[in-house]
Design a protein around this ligand. Structure first.
Ligand code: URA
Length: 238
């Protein structure tokens, strides 16, 4: 048994505060009876309605999306740009786990499981994220090594890469491709890390999030995570 407002909010119907308002306004019934007491408890064995809609038990959904360029990692955009949520079909209110820039492509998870989201984005859980960065010059390998020692971004924050690998270095074409693994998710982190060394990232793709990869997906496509993958994600976080 749990407080009604908690059941309604956990279900994703609305926030807990909004649920309290609805209860006080007489918009919530349990087994046919209007409940206005904020201390009331119920369970999913009870028939609960909110504003006349029956509350169904929430089923968690987990989607792995290959985000294309030019899509915003948000649930809505005031400028009317396409969002990652627009790219998937779902009955649930899904949210992205972390973010990728508008021009960054690659792996992003969408879910309505707020608990797992919070755990996955918390830096203490050290979830590795692997990116492929394309730089518009032939980089100096000695400079690139500094990324694992740590560089300063935003004038004061020291951030380190867990791993860096130069995949391609083309002096004639003036370009390099670098694989970089980080476990934090600061705003524009990877671009800023290269910027700290004087390098400009012209393309960025996230190829891996924890053990998950884009295997089998093309840009704009998605798939649901398997139960085993969700369990494994939970086993990685505290
Ligand atoms: N780092 C960035 O700079 N951009 C992203 O989209 C992700 C990580």
């Amino acid at each position: 048994m749990e407080r009604l407002q908690k059941i309604i909010a956990n279900n994703g119907y609305c926030s807990r505060r909004k649920a309290e308002e609805l209860i006080l306004q007489g918009e919530v019934t349990v087994n046919g009876q209007v409940i206005t007491d904020l201390g009331s408890k119920a369970s999913f064995n009870d028939v609960i309605t909110v504003e006349g809609h029956p509350l169904k038990e929430k089923v968690n959904e987990y989607i792995l999306l290959y985000k294309p360029r030019g899509v915003i990692t948000s649930t809505k955009d005031e400028k009317g740009r396409q969002t990652v949520i627009d790219l998937v079909k779902s009955q649930n209110r899904l949210y992205p786990v972390g973010r990728l820039d508008y021009d960054t492509t690659g792996l992003i998870i969408l879910t309505n499981d707020g608990q797992l989201t919070n755990l996955l984005i918390h830096p203490k859980n050290h979830i590795p994220k692997v990116y492929i960065a394309k730089i518009d010059t032939a980089v100096d390998p000695a400079q690139i090594k500094k990324l694992t020692a740590g560089v300063i971004i935003d004038d004061k924050i020291k951030v380190k890469a867990d791993k860096v690998k130069i995949k391609k270095l083309d002096k004639r074409q003036n370009s390099s491709t670098i694989e970089i693994t980080v476990h934090e998710g600061k705003y524009h982190q990877v671009k800023k890390m290269f910027e700290a060394l004087g390098y400009n990232v012209v393309k960025l793709k996230r190829e891996q999030f924890a053990f998950l990869t884009l295997k089998g997906l093309k840009s704009g496509e998605y798939r649901h995570l398997t139960t085993k993958e969700v369990k494994t994600l939970y086993s990685l976080v505290k």
